[in-house]
Design a protein around this ligand. Structure first.
Ligand SMILES: *Cc1c(COP(=O)(O)O)cnc(C)c1O
Length: 366
C-alpha cells in the first residue's frame, strides 16, 4: 500500500529515504524487537539506545573508512550551526580562516565565520553565478590559515567538486551536507567534515560531524570562552550523550547506513549515482531545448539544475510534472528553472521516468 501511494520525490531536502528503511521504521515503530517499547519512548541512557548509537557509529566508520584518530559526533542545530561552531572552535584569535565560496551555502558559512574572526575568501565563482567549481589557479590560500572551508556539493546551483582542492598541509573543513556518502570520500584529507542528515543520511534533526583529534585539542583551547553546548571537545568527551541526542533521527540514520552497506558501500552507490545523473544530463544536452546551469566539468551528481527556453515553459513544466507524479522539481528561487535532486535513496526508475517526461515535454512544447 505504501509503495503505490508514493510520488517521485525530487526534493532538495529533507529528501527521499530508502523505502526498506521506512518500512522497517513502520514495522518497529510501536515496539522495537527485544525492547518492547517504541524508539520514540526509549531513554537515551538506556542500553537499547546505547547499542543503537554504537552500532550506528560503527557502521558510519565502516562506510566512510574513517581512521581511528577521528571522532564521530551526532549533533543538532543542522549544518547551519556548524557554520558557527567551526570558527568558534577552530579559528584562534589573530588567525585567518580561508573560505572557498562556491554557492549560497558556502557564502552563508563564510558570512557566519566573519562574526567570530578574520575570514579570507580564497576563491569565489559568484561572478559566474556559481556555475562552476574554482580551478586550482583561482585559489589563493593564506599561508598559515587556521583552516580552509569548502562545500563539496552546491545544492542550490548544482555543482560539485570532482576532486578535493590541494590545500597543502592546511586543515580542510568540508560541508558535505548534500553529497555525504554519495561516493567514496577520503576522510584522511580532512580535518573536519560535517553534514546535516536530511539529504543523504537520514531525517532532519541530526548533524554528523567527523573531527580529527588535533582539532579537538584546538576546540579544548577555545572551549573556555564558549557556551558548553557549542564545544566539539565537550561532545567528543561525552560521546554525543552530554544531553539528549535526537534519538529517532540517529536510529533512522543507523538504518540508512545498514541499507548503504547492503547496497555495496560507497563505490557501489557512487556508480549508481553516476549512472542516474548521466541519464538526466543526457536529456539536457540532447537538443538545446533544456540548458544546464552548471558547467559540464562541475556538474553535481546530486542536484541537477536546468532551465527551459522561457519562464512560462518552466511554470508549465512544474505544473505538468506535478500532475504526472513528480514532486519538488521547482528550482531554488535564486537560480530559477528546475532542479532534480536525486540523492542516494532516489530510485533509478524515477530518473528514467523523468527522462521520459522531459523528452515528451520537449516534443509537445519544443
Ligand atoms: C541544506 C544545506 C545546508 C543547511 O543545512 P541545515 O541542516 O538546514 O542547516 C548547509 N549546507 C549545504 C551544502 C546544504 O545543502
Amino acid at each position: 500500500m505504501l509503495t503505490t501511494t508514493r510520488v517521485f520525490n525530487f526534493s532538495a531536502g529533507p529528501a527521499v529515504l530508502p523505502l526498506p528503511v521506512l518500512e522497517q521504521v513502520r514495522d518497529h515503530l510501536v515496539s522495537l524487537p527485544g525492547v518492547g517499547m517504541s524508539i520514540l519512548e526509549v531513554s537515551h541512557r538506556s542500553k537499547a539506545f546505547e547499542d543503537i548509537l554504537h552500532e550506528t557509529e560503527a557502521d558510519i566508520r565502516t562506510v566512510g573508512r574513517i581512521p581511528g584518530h577521528y571522532k564521530v559526533l551526532f549533533l543538532q542545530g543542522g549544518a547551519s550551526l556548524q557554520f558557527a561552531m567551526v570558527p568558534m572552535n577552530l579559528l584562534p584569535p589573530g588567525q585567518t580562516a580561508d573560505y572557498l565560496v562556491t554557492g549560497a551555502w558556502a557564502e552563508k558559512a563564510a558570512k557566519e565565520a566573519k562574526r567570530f574572526g578574520h575570514v579570507h575568501v580564497a576563491a569565489t565563482t559568484q561572478a559566474e553565478k556559481f556555475a562552476r567549481i574554482p580551478e586550482p589557479a583561482d585559489i589563493s590560500l593564506t599561508k598559515d590559515a587556521a583552516y580552509v572551508h569548502m562545500t563539496s556539493n552546491n545544492t542550490i546551483f548544482g555543482t560539485e567538486w570532482k576532486a578535493l582542492p590541494d590545500v597543502g598541509g592546511l586543515p580542510l573543513v568540508g560541508d558535505t551536507s548534500s553529497d555525504m556518502f554519495s561516493r567514496p570520500i577520503d576522510v584522511s584529507r580532512h580535518a573536519l567534515i560535517y553534514a546535516g542528515a536530511q539529504k543523504n543520511l537520514g531525517p532532519a534533526g541530526v548533524t554528523l560531524v567527523i573531527i580529527r583529534d588535533d582539532m579537538l585539542e584546538r576546540s579544548a583551547n577555545a572551549s573556555a570562552g564558549l557556551a558548553t553546548m557549542l564545544s566539539y571537545k565537550l561532545h567528543a568527551d561525552n560521546e554525543s550523550l552530554y544531553n539528549t541526542p535526537p534519538v529517532f533521527a540517529v536510529y533512522i540514520m543507523g538504518l540508512v547506513m545498514k541499507w548503504l552497506l547492503e547496497a555495496g558501500g560507497l563505490e557501489s552507490i557512487g556508480r549508481v549515482n553516476e549512472r542516474k545523473a548521466a541519464k538526466l544530463y543526457a536529456e539536457i544536452d540532447r537538443s538545446g531545448f533544456y540548458r544546464g546551469h552548471a558547467r559540464p566539468d562541475s556538474r553535481s551528481l546530486m542536484n541537477i539544475t536546468f532551465r527551459l527556453p522561457t519562464e512560462d515553459l518552466e511554470k508549465t513544466f512544474v505544473k505538468e510534472s506535478t500532475a504526472a507524479g513528480f514532486d519538488g522539481l521547482k528550482g531554488h528561487r535564486s537560480v530559477g528553472g528546475l532542479r532534480a535532486s536525486i540523492y542516494n535513496a532516489f530510485p533509478e526508475e524515477g530518473v528514467d521516468a523523468l527522462a521520459g517526461f522531459m523528452r515528451e515535454f520537449e516534443r509537445k512544447h519544443g
